[in-house]
Design a protein around this ligand. Sequence first.
Ligand code: TXA
Ligand code: MG
Length: 341
Amino acid sequence: MENSLFDTQIGHDVHRAIELLKNGELVAIPTETVYGLAGNGLNEDAILKIFEAKNRPYFDPLILHIGHIDMLNKLVISVPVGCQKLIERFWPGPLTVILPKRNIVPDIATSGSSFVAVRMPNHRITLELLQALSFPVAAPSANPFKYVSPTSSNHVFQQLQGRIPYILDGGNCSIGLESTIVSFLGDDIKIQRLGGITVDEILEVLPTATLANQPEEHPVAPGQLKHHYAPNCKLICVEELENYKAQILDQNKKIGVVVFQNSDKAGIQEKLNSFGIPTIQIVWYVLSDKGLFQEAAQNLFATLRQLDDTGFDWAIFDWVPAIDLGMAINDRLKKAQYLPK
Ligand code: TXA
Ligand code: MG
């Protein structure tokens, strides 16, 4: 890689990761959702390094990760009762809460907002690391800006090799989708990002929570980008086939097709055939043979990466049922869709 600054190592040495973070360096860390690119969340220089390593624009704020509930009170001014309930139910876990920040949190971590995002991840080795530190760890997903989030240490290595000194290996991520983000603005409780905890699970605890408007191409709030998790190939949904038929047929190459479960194949194959795409051209990617949402979520990002690794120019997907984790999976598929310039 150009501008290689580090001989990036992958390993299980949590003490090495702790020392690097204490010295203001970056470390990729495993979480149950996706791998994060971690740095001292109270140290402006370390935070700057995160933005730089990811090529991330400064208007996209970072989540602070904590290993103990006491740290939350050092970072935020107050924790409303509703937030308290949610935390008690879901921490450690794939829940991020947005609350008014204290001055100790650098503005650069929140992109100038007076609110900060905080989460306690549920991963043994990362909790051990966080509990050994006297500061929270800022960690966006450990992918270059706008690419698919990493769910294994190898995914991180493929893309951040040379840019960071160490990747703490904690195996494959068990959830596979980023955390659900909930904001608290007085009585206004909003689900800002769909994620590893379903909308129904949030509503069970907080029936007044509502789903925020979905992200715009030019966000008013920081971090709310529409096109975000895209692979390099041109990924389109089945309904859009009509618009791209000519270009796809023209290339006469294999096409990756992503479906939720095995039983979805027949219907999609028929549709592709009716558009003139022969069966022999189709390479299937099934997110979960039996149609289990959790398994599909675990496999989603690795599957999108596989499309690129295989070298497809075009890929097609079908939506998954919009219930349970299917809502968050569809949200990521939507953000991964090809947008013509
Ligand atoms: O599961 C996750 O949340 C993973 C793992 C590593 O913890 N992290 C993650 O971070 O997905 P990232 O940087 O890829 O996404 C963070 C998003 C921002 O893009 C933004 O939408 C929202 O969190 N966010 C963070 N701080 C915010 C703030 N102060 N106000 C509003 N939104 C915020
Ligand atoms: Mg991200």
